[in-house]
Design a protein around this ligand. Sequence first.
Ligand code: MGD
Ligand code: MGD
Ligand code: SF4
Ligand code: MO
Length: 730
Amino acid sequence: MAETRFTFCHICEQCCGLAVSVDHGRVIEIQPDRAHPYNWRDFCVKGARAAETIYHPLRIKTPMRKVDDRYEPATYEEAISDIATRLQRIRERYGGDAIAAYSGNPQSFSFESATFLSGFLKGLPTHNYYFAASVDTNALHVVAEQMYGSPWLALNVDVDACRCFLLIGTNPAESAHGWVGHAADGWKRMLAAKAAGADLIVVDPRRSPTASKATLHVAIRPGEDWAFLLGLIHVIFREDWLHTEDLARTTGLHALRGLAAGVRLNALSQRCDVPVSTIEEVARRFATAPSAHCVTRTGSGQSRNGTLAEWLGQVLNVITGRIERPGGRTFNPGVFDHIGAVERMFRPSTTPSRVRGLPPVAGAHSLAELPDEIETPGPGQIRALIMHGGNPVISGPDGPRLDRALSKLDLLVSIDLFQRESHRHAHWLIPAVHFLERTELHPLLASFHDRPFVQMGRAVVDPPSGVRPDWQFLAELALEMRVPLFGKPWFNAMIRGSRALARLTGRDALAFKPAWLTRLMLRMGGKVTWSEVAAHPHGLMYEDKRYGAFWGALRTADRKIHLCPPRLAEELRKCLSTPLCRAPTQFPLQLISRRRLQNMNSWLTDTTGLDARPLLADVVEIARADADALGVADGDAVQVVSRIARLPAKALVSDRIRPGVVVFEHGWGSGLFDPSGQRTVLRTGVNRNALVSGDELDPLSQVPLLNGTPVRIERSGKATVAHPSNPPQR
Ligand SMILES: Nc1nc2c(c(=O)[nH]1)N[C@H]1C(S)=C(S)[C@@H](COP(=O)(O)OP(=O)(O)OC[C@H]3O[C@@H](n4cnc5c(=O)[nH]c(N)nc54)[C@H](O)[C@@H]3O)O[C@H]1N2
Ligand SMILES: Nc1nc2c(c(=O)[nH]1)N[C@H]1C(S)=C(S)[C@@H](COP(=O)(O)OP(=O)(O)OC[C@H]3O[C@@H](n4cnc5c(=O)[nH]c(N)nc54)[C@H](O)[C@@H]3O)O[C@H]1N2
Ligand code: SF4
Ligand SMILES: [Mo]
């Protein structure tokens, strides 16, 4: 008899409540949990088909060791012993920094996995940690650190009471709300606010599904959002639409005013290609609305001056009094002092990178630097890498270059559900536990919600027989290598001691589990206990929503918002004094990307069976005017050419994008391998990120130009599919 079990979806940050029917230990159906007090209306096809990942025939269910060109199953004991021996040899000979790790986006959803990877790296120790934020939210981390004193001080959005939304480079209609600016059922609530009279201003070079619902769509030139935002700030100073009360909580107003007054609106208008009248109109609508907020996300953040856009977007909110007010941006302190915890437990590294000498952002180096760090000889060269739930050969810049670098490592260990493109050269494949097989309470996730809500993720089915959780593999590796977890030898002793006691008494509950840390954190937070959360399978609204927590959470020494941090101001001045570069004649078009409801970055593109997918995988959207000028018609085979690569694609002539811009989806072109070597590699479409160089970065956030990449389109005869093992021509 089927039984319904409740948990939430860990695929994207919406964390939709799930009602999972389970029969004889197998997932039969996944539905939204309609009794969920927080979020179930965003429930989508990715959540509905989550079990296809669990039961996929290519899922890795045992450690696999590379032997010549094949993989052979091995026990955990063999895997841990071999990996520990090899890592130890590297560590003794070259030092801890020769060992690196990359964590992908799904790691943000597992407190225990992320904690134990971090604990392992701290124990080595190594500063060579790489994270998906360097192709995502780094601009926010840089700005939050400079303005608010902590890279993790992120503000949520308060959608219901908002009367003017200004969305820059985000498409919540398809992406839902990411962890920054997160709101449960957010897009639907925004549409409801709009129906009640709210203004919805969307700034996007493409008429995205979000933009198509806008009261005003501003089709900006990619990469120039900073100029548009500076224009708004200029007008707000000029018209004196400032919110004086909140300005007392800031420093740097004078410097900011000087910067904003010194610009010419005409020049800014030319840069972003938005008429002066529109800039003035948006400034008026935003500044004079009874409530409002501005959100800047990946569209602007993954471009050349994404950090400046992020900064000016935050400034816009502050100077118009949108912080901690209904309809504005608010801080959720969560169930625990998560910012203090991150700072203490993960103590972010400040060691600059070896080759390019760049400082880490929020404790992690930029993915764009990884190939150089592996390939450049000398002390500190990376020789071993743990790839934890990530696929950077597809999701990061210049995949072919990273692929080549990964092939040169002495040891590559992947912890993942599958063997994908980034794990092609792995010496060991370690299985992962899917979120539907994990019971864990993520104490930090609660602070990303827009209301005081917390839920325990529940294992609704067991993992495949013998598969150990990611954290346990990492902890056992540390014990075997005598690497003190978190740099604390007593931590290892505590794990060993508790396990010995459990064995002796036959009581498994006495053996250490990461839940011990979570319980402790909840107790220190003093808002909810583990048992209270456990007693609410649909999740718990633990208090009423309040406004104002942000002011107490500020981490700057003077407890004020720094409106005009010197590093950001200096970069802005540099931009202002550089004339708008005309598009290079060889590469006159700007490439941007997009997401689709069915996919999650580069995963789910290949494991869940949606028939339309191959049709979408290698399509490049071209504005009609550009297509006409090139003589390209719908469906024509074309080549997309950048400074570093050339990729085949099919043209889709479109009236939705501004001329000069082309759109190519990311996430495709990743191989799905069968480690047993019995099946051929599944690979659909092309990896458009092969067009993006790892050399050209936003100087502040170190994010590569995933958006606004200079390209050209050539007509071609026959389209062929390129992949990293067959690098495209340079
Ligand atoms: N052009 C372009 N590129 C982009 C973006 C863009 O907008 N445009 N977006 C960027 C963004 S925002 C992000 S976050 C990055 C993502 O970059 P990554 O996180 O590196 O890439 P993903 O494609 O999300 O790969 C996730 C991997 O995690 C595995 N996985 C899934 N669940 C689990 C689990 O529970 N445990 C373990 N161990 N593994 C698991 C999957 O099988 C997959 O191999 O991509 C970035 N790349
Ligand atoms: N279905 C689905 N949902 C997802 C994901 C997914 O892969 N699939 N990924 C999740 C993750 S990891 C994240 S980080 C979030 C990201 O969530 P969002 O930040 O909302 O990401 P996108 O949906 O890619 O929207 C970015 C928009 O920016 C526009 N854009 C591109 N370049 C520029 C520019 O220079 N300026 C401006 N103003 N706009 C520009 C694009 O046209 C696009 O419409 O989504 C999450 N949700
Ligand atoms: S993937 Fe879909 S179902 Fe899962 S949390 Fe995101 S929006 Fe909800
Ligand atoms: Mo992301």
